[in-house]
Design a protein. Structure first.
Length: 193
């Protein structure tokens, strides 16, 4: 069985939201609590928060970068025995333990010729193999041309051998602004469908 280490991407400035997305309520929990708990159900090697301290183990983003690659680029510094990092942005409260376990089941059956596993229609959640090949590709992506201060997650994933799974996950959307948050609360009442 593959050893998994969870990583919640929570280092952004939440400019479009106007307040820290990690602290928004989803039901009776904050987005950050929901993400850490969901990952914790499948990650035997613990869960880390990339970006800042929310009361969980955390690591700093790489200086000078914005977006998800600021945290993903720091992964080689994490000391873990995990075979895969399970990467989830804090602003996807619909992702639950059931969906993560469905993808994790597929990941556990993969051979070493797959660098990452993600879901059709979304980059996240990403199950990223912890390997020198991944770290070499991270370094190459981070040293390449950077548009507006941040390398693209898409550019990074295009360098990898990714398996994209078609799972029953119709709600893989990021909640980035107050209108999207209000719509999600109205539609789902702060609970995962």
């Amino acid at each position: 069985m593959a050893k998994l280490c969870g990583v919640v991407l929570a280092g952004g400035q939440s400019r479009r939201m106007g307040s820290d997305k990690a602290c928004l309520a989803w039901g009776e929990k904050r987005f950050i609590d929901r993400a850490v708990e969901s990952l914790g159900t499948i990650c035997s090697e613990g869960v880390w928060v990339g970006g800042r301290d929310y009361g969980y183990p955390y690591f700093a983003d790489l200086a000078g970068l914005k977006g998800p690659m600021a945290s993903i680029g720091a992964l080689p510094s994490l000391e873990t025995n995990a075979e895969f990092f399970v990467i989830l942005p804090v602003d996807m409260p619909h992702v639950d333990a059931r969906m993560l376990e469905e993808v994790a089941t597929e990941v556990r059956g993969q051979t070493s010729d797959v660098d990452c596993v993600c879901v059709v229609g979304s980059h996240f959640p990403i199950f990223l193999r912890r390997s020198e090949n991944i770290f070499d590709n991270l370094r190459a992506t981070l040293s390449g041309p950077i548009a507006e201060g941040s390398p693209s997650i898409r550019a990074f994933l295009e360098r990898l051998r990714c398996l994209r799974l078609d799972v029953d996950a119709p709600f893989l959307v990021n909640i980035n602004d107050p209108a999207a948050y209000a719509k999600a609360l109205k539609q789902f009442g702060g609970v995962t469908p």
